[in-house]
Design a binder for this molecule. Sequence first.
Ligand code: 9G3
Length: 575
Amino acid sequence: MLWSKYYIPTLKEDPAEAEIISHKLLLRAGMIRKLTSGIYIYLPLGWKALQKISDIIRQEMDRFGAIEISMPAVQPGDLWKESGRWEVYGKELLRFKDRHGRDYCFGPTHEEVITDLVRGEIKSYRQLPVNLYQIQTKFRDEIRPRFGLMRGREFIMKDAYSFDRDDQGANKSYEDMYAAYMSIFKRLGLKFRAVEADSGPIGGSFSHEFMVLADTGEDTIAVCTKCDFAANLEKAEVKYAEKEGSPAECPALEKVSTPGKHSVEEVADFLGVPKEKIVKTLLYEADGRPVAVLVRGDRELNEVKLKNLLGALDLRLASFDQVQKWSNAPVGFAGPVGLNVEAIYADQELMFDTDYVVGANEADAHYLHFHLQRDAQIEGFFDLRQITESDPCPRCGGPIELTKGIEVGHIFKLGTKYSEALKATFLDENGKEKPMIMGCYGIGVSRVLAACIEQNHDENGIIFPPPIAPYDALLLALNPKDSTVKEKANEIYEALSAQGIDCLFDDRDERPGVKFKDADLIGLPLQIIVGAKGVKKGVVEIKIRHSGERIEVGLDEIIPRFKEVQKKVWAHYGV
Ligand code: 9G3
């Protein structure tokens, strides 16, 4: 492709509205342009990269027996009313009416649509299992879309849905998709981890997320350095070696004055006790019910674990007024003794000790010598806190590391949540009607492009892993006015193209400096630089973008040397 005949509107400066590097570089490399908040146009280079990502996804999904279809983006509201989700989702679900006044939504996902299709087509166990997928535009009306393709309102998703006759079959489908995803992200040349994840309101019992590792990732994952355990922090379980016996006795509760000491640090300081001898009493409203959670002073509550324990759809921290009402004290003095909430839950770690400091449910006062089993009525001990790097791996006891990731895939065991709601049933061998067992599997295709750049860039621009790069190589003719350079560069372009190498040819009448900057900015894995001096010496230069390494090759050996260097670069990405 000739740059002079193409459309790559590169920018010299970071656009003001871009906050993260992938957003800055996608705009500057002329790969996307914003139409409106959270909605982007994919320009030629961006679109080509998305096609490369999609092609690899298709190949692996097909290899694992999934079948590609395409479903409408516009969905009838009636299906969402039937599944019960029309009321569940708020403003994030873009709703509208047609000319007849009927309700529709712009599809944020397609469980209802695919289940409606299958319930009309599949009646017998002989037709199962089936796995259907699409690569398609979704819309989720995020309240504050930011970060370019990382969190757009309109985005491209590959979403697949499997239907099985029983749990065994559903597990097989899930394992196949897990394997397909491992292969997809490996083939994309990305550093990633599959992590155990929380299933959230989608329901279903089990899920894994696929995380591209990047310091700017929003998700924190716990990774074992010894075994293959990895979990989203939201899900990562904390495990204790069984400790014998019940905690020692301790003196009776004793109220002490702690004027204006609200935080754990202030109380620990004032009373001269370590933070782990303080118990925090956190107040929440769970689906409207007042509840309290006790965690050790030096720990963080994991709200997702609490939400799942309570089965709450809506969980929010109590407001100042609620704290005052439920504890008769301002924030910072709430405690488990004489607290008027519906239930108190304790993190399991508190089981192993006693003689804690807790709020006295009175302004400027705390209790010493709190003995959990003696002085409070709790619902029980549960795994409710965030895992930390000093906790052992819950699988093998090895050391845990916390690292950042960008979620680019999520696979779920759905069970019969949708097949029961929409009566998608089949007849088994004995003519018995049963609901199909479902799974669903998503990849954020446009988000993969952003995550790839978050993981692969430097101060000069993007560094594309070859499988995602819009082109295999960039050919630069430094002074196209020089007829020998122009002639030589054209010859090389023809020779590379004849070898099936997808090459972008920068034939613009621009100064070399502009070409070098644009070359590093758009980040194709290899550059072939043709300059007057080199041609006179009978050489051109091959530059490897990820390492910056430059290799001088004779004009008569360009193709074999290029292929050799290209192989080295692919090997660097393990593809
Ligand atoms: C909605 C809106 C936003 C949503 C959903 C529904 C997320 C919703 C979860 C999923 C689960 C899987 C199939 C592919 C993989 C992910 N955000 N989810 O269901 F109405 Cl507004 O989409 N779906």
